[in-house]
Design a protein around this ligand. Structure first.
Ligand code: FAD
Length: 520
C-alpha cells in the first residue's frame, strides 16, 4: 500500500508540474492566498479519480480535488468556504464505494481523505482498558487496516461490514452493518467518541456526553454534519479461527424463522457470532455462490436441488469464532446442538474451518477474482433495503417469487435479520419501527448490457414496497428531492434539519447526497 501511495504522490506531483493549477471560476480567487492552496489539484488524473464511484452509474467532475495532509487543512478549507462571499461545497471521499454519486461535489471540492494517511495505515492507537478496549482510528483508514492493527494486540472491532476496504468515516456515515450486528449492533453503535470537522470549519470532539447532538448526528448522518477524522472504536478479544456454516433451505418460512431463532440467542457460547443469508433466485445463479467456500460437487448438488425446487432457494450462513485446536471439540458440540434445532434441507449443511481473518476478509477474495476477470468495475445498480419482520414473507412472495421469478442476472441477494434494540434512535440513520427487521440487498452486476433492465427491476421493487405498504427503508439511501428525504427520515426529519442548521448552516458538506441545497 505504501508503494501504491508513493506512486500516486509521484503521479500527482508530476501532473501538477504539467498542469499548474488554474483556479476554476466556481471557486473564489482568494483561495490562492491560503497556504493549503498547493494541496488543491485540477489535473486530469485527480479529476477523473473522483468522477465516478463503485456504482459506476454516473459521472460528475468537481471544480478541484483537495489532498490534505492533516485534519487542520480540511478545517481551514471548510472555514474558508463558510466565511467566503462565494461559498463552495466540500465533499469528503473515502474510497468512493458509494453507488449513486454520494461523494460528488459538482462545482465544489472533493477531499481525498486517503491523502491524510500518507500511506501509513498502521497508525491506529490501541488502548486496552478491560471490557472497554478501544482503537482510535483516523477517518480515512480502511477497516482492514484497523483490523490488522488491533490484531497485534489480540483485539479486534466487534462488528464488520462484509467488505473491509471501505473507510471508517465512510461506513460510520451510513451505519456499517454485517453478520455480527444482530448481537453487537451496527458499527455506529460501537463507537465511543468522534473528532468531527463541522460545516463551519470547527474541529469538535464529541461523544454521548460531550456535544451529543453532533455525535449522534454524524453517526449515520450521510456526511451532512461534519467530516469524521477520528473514531474511537470499541474492541473485543480477537479469536483465531472461524467455523463457517452454510445451510440450504427451500421453504422461506423455515429459513426466516431459523434466522430469527439464531439472532435471538444473546450468548456467544450457545449461538453463532455471525448470521447472514442469501436468496438464490434460480439454478442459473447457483454457480455465483461458489466463492472459496463450496466445492464443485457442492455446487452440483445445490444446482440439482434448485432445479427440482423450481423457485428460489435460501442459504443461511452462520459463523462461530474460536481460538485454537483445543476447543474444536467444544465448537463441534455447540454447532451440532445448534444445527439440531434448525430446519434446513436434510443433507444440505456445509461447513469449513478457516482463519478468522480470511473469513472477515472473504469479499476481498471475490474482488481479486472479479478484478482478474474484468468484472469488478462494471456498473453496480445496487439496492439495499430494511424490511420489517412482519412483511418479509409478503416481500418474498411479491418480489423473489414474483417480479424476479425469471431473473437470471449476475446478482448476490443478501437477506438477514437484525435486532432494532441494538440501534440508538438518537442516531441519524432511518430504520423500520419493528423490533426485528431484515436487511435485503440486491447486489447486481450489470455485465450483460442489462443495466436498464436491472434499474427497472429496482424501481419495480420500490413500487411494490410502496403499493403494498411494506414500510421498507432504504439503506445507503438515494433520493433527489427534499420531499422524498423527508419521507425517508420520517419522525427523524425535523431533528435532521435542525442539526443541519446547527452544524452546517450553509449546507456545504457532502452535496452528492442531494438532501439540502447550498445556501448563500
Ligand atoms: P465514500 O463512498 O467515499 O463516501 C460515502 C459518503 O460518506 C459520501 O457522502 C461522503 O461524502 C461521506 N464520507 C466519506 N468519508 C467521510 C468522513 N470521513 N466523514 C464524513 N463523511 C464522509 N456497507 C455496509 O454497511 N455493510 C456491508 O456489508 C457493505 N458491504 C459492501 C461491499 C462492497 C463491495 C461495497 C462496494 C460497499 C459495501 N458497503 C457495505 C457500503 C459501504 O459501507 C458504503 O458505501 C461506504 O460509504 C463506503 O465507504 P467509503 O469510504 O467508500 O465512502
Amino acid at each position: 500500500q505504501s508503494f501504491i501511495f508513493l506512486h500516486f504522490i509521484m503521479l500527482t506531483t508530476l501532473t501538477s508540474f504539467v498542469f499548474p493549477l488554474l483556479l476554476p471560476e466556481s471557486l473564489p480567487s482568494e483561495l490562492q492566498a491560503l497556504d493549503i492552496f498547493t494541496e488543491l489539484a485540477t489535473d486530469p488524473i485527480s479529476m477523473s479519480s473522483v468522477a465516478t464511484d463503485f456504482g459506476n452509474l454516473s459521472t460528475s467532475f468537481p471544480a478541484a480535488v483537495f489532498y490534505p495532509s492533516s485534519p487542520k487543512d480540511i478545517a481551514k478549507l471548510i472555514h474558508f468556504s463558510y466565511t467566503s462571499t462565494k461559498p463552495f461545497t466540500v465533499s469528503p471521499r473515502g474510497v468512493g464505494h458509494s453507488i449513486n454519486g454520494q461523494t460528488f461535489a459538482p462545482d465544489g471540492i472533493i477531499v481525498n481523505m486517503l491523502s491524510l494517511g500518507h500511506g501509513h495505515y498502521d497508525g491506529c492507537t490501541i488502548v486496552t482498558e478491560g471490557p472497554f478496549s478501544y482503537a482510535d482510528a483516523s477517518g480515512e483508514q480502511h477497516w482492514i487496516d484497523v483490523l490488522n492493527a488491533t490484531l497485534k494486540h489480540g483485539l479486534m472491532p466487534r462488528i464488520f461490514t462484509d467488505y473491509l476496504y471501505a473507510t471508517v468515516g465512510g461506513t460510520l456515515s451510513n451505519a456499517g452493518i454485517g453478520g455480527q450486528a444482530f448481537r453487537q449492533g451496527p458499527q455506529i453503535s460501537n463507537v465511543y467518541e468522534l473528532d468531527v470537522i463541522t460545516g463551519t470549519g470547527e474541529i469538535v470532539t464529541c461523544s454521548r456526553d460531550r456535544e451529543p447532538d453532533l455525535f449522534y448526528g454524524a453517526l449515520g448522518g450521510l456526511g451532512q454534519f461534519g467530516v469524521i477524522t477520528r473514531a474511537r472504536i470499541a474492541l473485543e478479544p480477537a479469536k483465531k479461527m472461524a467455523r463457517w456454516v452454510r445451510l440450504i433451505y427451500t421453504d422461506v418460512k423455515l429459513f426466516t424463522s431459523d434466522q430469527e431463532k439464531l439472532i435471538s440467542i444473546e450468548k456467544t457460547s450457545s449461538g453463532f457470532d455471525y448470521v447472514e443469508g442469501q436468496v438464490i433466485l434460480s439454478e442459473a445463479q447457483v454457480p455465483g455462490i461458489k466463492s472459496s467456500f463450496f466445492s464443485d460437487n457442492d455446487i452440483e448438488k445445490i444446482t440439482r436441488l434448485a432445479v427440482q425446487n423450481q423457485g428460489p432457494i435460501y442459504l443461511l450462513e452462520g459463523t462461530t469464532y474460536y481460538d485454537d485446536s483445543t476447543v474444536v471439540t467444544i465448537v463441534d458440540a455447540n454447532v451440532k446442538l445448534l444445527l439440531e434445532q434448525l430446519n434446513y434441507e436434510s443433507g444440505f449443511a456445509f461447513s469449513r474451518d478457516v482463519p478468522l481473518v480470511d473469513f472477515l476478509d472473504r469479499v476481498h477474495y471475490e474482488e481479486t477474482v472479479l478484478r482478474s476477470l474484468g468484472l469488478w468495475l462494471v456498473p453496480h445498480p445496487w439496492l439495499n433495503l430494511f424490511v420489517p419482520q412482519s412483511k418479509i414473507l409478503d416481500f418474498d412472495s411479491r418480489i423473489f417469487k414474483g417480479i424476479l421469478k425469471e431473473n437470471k442476472a449476475a446478482v448476490l441477494i443478501l437477506i438477514y435479520p437484525l435486532n432494532r434494540r441494538k440501534w440508538d434512535d438518537n442516531m441519524s440513520v432511518a430504520i423500520p419501527t419493528e423490533e426485528v427487521f431484515y436487511v435485503v440487498s440486491f447486489l447486481w452486476s450489470a455485465v450483460a448490457n442489462d443495466l436498464d433492465i436491472l434499474q427497472n427491476e429496482n424501481n419495480q421493487v420500490l413500487s411494490i414496497c410502496e403499493d403494498y405498504k411494506l414500510r421498507c427503508k432504504e439503506y445507503l439511501p438515494h433520493y433527489t428531492n427534499p420531499a422524498d428525504w423527508q419521507k425517508h427520515f420520517g419522525k427523524k426529519w425535523s431533528k435532521f434539519v435542525a442539526r443541519k442548521q446547527k452544524f452546517d448552516p450553509k449546507a456545504l458538506l457532502s452535496p452528492g447526497q442531494q438532501i439540502f441545497r447550498q445556501l448563500q
